[in-house]
Design a protein around this ligand. Structure first.
Ligand code: ISE
Length: 335
């Protein structure tokens, strides 16, 4: 039996804490060996819930710690690329939460640094690739039974985002999931983007653009439209539909009980992504652990996919600002 993978986690806010608990409770073959967070109270709490790992006060020391085999990065977006680069210097496998970086130039440097090592060490947490609903849609389209895909229709609604709701931040932080879903579900590249946005609530500040409509042109004579809405209030929902020549496939929502009461029949909607994608997060960590143990490639998103997501969302930001369609470069994978 392979040795348990000792994972060091950088950042134990909402997402990192969920990963820590998932690793501790639901993933065989790995354990939480060390944790770091700027918030001392938060990191102590996380340690209590995931088997009392070492609590370190320096993220770089965590990466180089000999007790750590592999690193999971769930710190603020702007810190991702530098920590991933440090993992590459330490030659350690790393699962970095999306986005891989906050600029396409920094993401490109990660791709190049990994290619120079000639080893695939970087994985990116684009967890929809492990969501059973999304996998089912991909499989249905891949059979060819529905004919050629013509249109992707995506919806991505957050009840409220815990960060700045300017259009460029939403595009980089949230819409990265959607553009990755388009590429992965259809196995096509995005060639051009056209983005418009509005402020959903009059009470929001003037520079808020929290409802965005993306129109994409894809490489296989296929179009895509995506609604990304950061303040939907009623709950968190994601869906992806692929319209094909002879039929369509759409993700269902995970189904909680149907409740009948007071003249209504209702089904609860999750309020956040941690609940909606819990199954996907565990599957992603399980597959990553296996790839670290066996040396086989990770089945999820690579550094290249993380870079592509940023290339596309960067074009989306330029389109939003200019009010015009913007072409996206399609370059060759470096690995
Ligand atoms: C968040 O970081 C996520 O990863 C969620 O899946 C996404 O829905 C949300 O918009 C992001 O802020």
């Amino acid at each position: 039996m392979s040795r348990s993978v000792a994972v060091g986690i950088i950042g134990v806010g909402g997402m990192g804490a969920r990963h820590a608990v998932n690793l501790h409770e639901h993933v065989g073959g790995a354990h939480v060996a060390a944790v770091y967070d700027l918030d001392v109270e938060r990191v102590q709490q996380a340690a209590i819930h995931c088997g009392s790992p070492a609590v370190l006060d320096d993220p770089l020391a965590l990466i180089h710690d000999p007790r750590v085999d592999a690193v999971l990065i769930a710190s603020p977006d702007a810190t991702h690329a530098a920590y991933v680069q440090e993992c590459l210097r330490a030659r350690k496998p790393v699962l970095c939460e999306k986005p891989l970086a906050t600029s396409k130039a920094d993401a490109r440097q990660v791709v190049e640094a990994e290619a120079a090592l000639d080893r695939q060490l970087v994985s990116v947490g684009l967890m929809r690739r492990f969501d059973p609903q999304h996998v089912a849609v991909r499989d249905a389209v891949a059979t060819g039974r529905l004919g050629r895909p013509i249109l992707f229709k995506g919806v991505h609604r957050n009840a409220a985002i815990p960060y700045d709701a300017r259009g460029e931040v939403i595009l980089t932080n949230s819409a990265g999931h959607d553009v990755d879903a388009v590429r992965w579900l259809l196995n096509q590249e995005v060639e051009e983007v056209f983005v418009r946005g509005v402020r959903s609530h009059r009470a929001f500040s003037d520079n808020t653009t929290d409802l965005l409509l993306l129109q994409l042109t894809l490489s296989g004579d296929c179009l895509a439209t995506i609604e990304v809405y950061a303040a939907a209030e009623y709950g968190y929902e994601v869906s992806a539909e692929i319209v094909c020549e002879r039929g369509t496939a759409i993700t269902g929502q995970p189904s909680p009980a149907i409740v009948r009461s007071a003249g209504a029949r209702s089904t609860a909607v999750s309020m956040d992504w941690l609940a909606r994608f819990q199954v996907a997060y565990v599957a992603e960590l399980t597959q990553w652990t296996r790839s670290v143990q066996t040396g086989e490639p990770f089945a999820g998103a690579s550094a290249w996919d993380g870079y592509r997501a940023l290339q596309i969302t960067d074009a989306c930001v330029r389109s939003l600002k200019s009010g015009r369609p913007v072409p996206v470069d399609v370059d060759e994978p470096a690995l």
